[in-house]
Design a protein around this ligand. Structure first.
Ligand SMILES: [Zn+2]
Length: 318
């Protein structure tokens, strides 16, 4: 009895704050396998830097507590904007309709990714190796976040529906138990002429999946006894409170293969995004001078909000 009480106390202390976006491991997997979808010569250019692009996939989440404006770049609370299909997809139009301050507090992941797309084109054009790598790692992160259903709602952690903790269940615990290496056998990334559409399709599909996600959590908790919802597990040498394997498996049984499917879609979308940026930059040669310097930890300069257009300093692609 006393032992159980201690376990509960330890569990309460260990219960981590909800992860932001896919868990760190899932973000790393998405970036890594996105590189594998790339056609040559982009693939051969990035292959030596694969570990770096993978390792730095979670950087934007690591910055969230240090940079005030970082948080809103990872999500969009659709409810505040209205119906997902009627939100202006161009950032200037959205700012006109809702104001820039609203975007900053309601989340603006689709427009942020769009702005970084132009930064990536510019980095390719100027053959700035350091910025290319940095932007690849970071755009992979934000675009993957747009594929997470809970990143499109103000009820991101079930706090308004009595489902607190659903964030970690879906985005951290489920990928660990449900997604395998073989799930990342994807086709080759193709060129997408309308990146805005690619981004918004991800957001819309995420949002459409929300009801299913909340329903699956509710049902799984009805079917599994409350005493078996959580377990204590060793992770990287530390004891952590986790959703139990039984609850996670039941949740995913009801969900179908949603987690696996969204991770696959995110990975292929990231590959398409990177490849399209290189094509839109005019397919510059990638025989960059060696030895190449990998980027340092300094923060990535982020383009101003409202600047989601092709910078004028970039000449049109021939
Ligand atoms: Zn994130």
């Amino acid at each position: 009895m006393l032992q159980n009480l201690w376990l509960l106390i330890i569990a309460a202390l260990l219960w981590a704050a909800p992860a932001s976006g896919w868990g760190f491991d899932a973000h790393r997997q998405i970036n890594r396998y996105a590189v594998y979808t790339l056609p040559a010569p982009l693939y051969y250019y990035l292959k030596p830097h694969l570990r770096w692009i993978e390792a730095h996939a979670p950087d934007p989440d690591s910055r969230r507590y240090a940079v005030a404006e970082e948080g809103a770049r990872h999500f969009i609370d659709i409810e505040y904007y209205g119906c997902v299909d009627s939100i202006p997809q161009r950032e200037e139009d959205a700012i006109k309709q809702y104001t820039a301050d609203s975007l900053k507090s309601w989340g603006h992941v689709p427009w942020h990714v769009q702005r970084l797309y132009y930064s990536l084109i510019h980095a390719f054009k100027s053959r700035d190796h350091t910025r290319i790598l940095r932007l690849l790692a970071e755009t992979g992160h934000y675009l993957a976040d747009a594929h997470v259903p809970l990143h499109t709602t103000a009820n991101y952690n079930g706090q308004f529906s009595g489902q607190r903790g659903i964030h970690a269940l879906l985005e951290t615990r489920s990928p660990v138990l449900m997604v395998r290496e073989r799930d990342f056998l994807l086709g080759a990334a193709t060129y997408v002429s309308d990146i805005r559409q690619l981004i918004w399709e991800a957001v819309k599909e995420s949002h459409r999946a929300l009801d299913t996600v909340f329903y699956a959590e509710e049902q799984a908790k009805k079917r599994i006894p409350e005493s078996a919802w959580y377990s204590l597990e060793m992770r990287k040498g530390k004891l952590e409170k986790q959703y139990s394997e039984a609850l996670t498996l039941e949740f995913n049984r009801i969900l179908g293969d949603l987690v696996r499917r969204r991770m696959r879609q995110a990975t292929l979308a990231v590959g398409k995004f990177w490849f399209s940026a290189w094509v839109d930059a005019g397919q510059p040669p990638l025989d960059l001078p060696e030895p190449v310097q990998e980027p340092q930890e300094n923060p990535l300069p982020v383009p101003e909000m409202g600047n989601a257009t092709l910078p004028s300093r970039i000449e049109p692609v021939d």
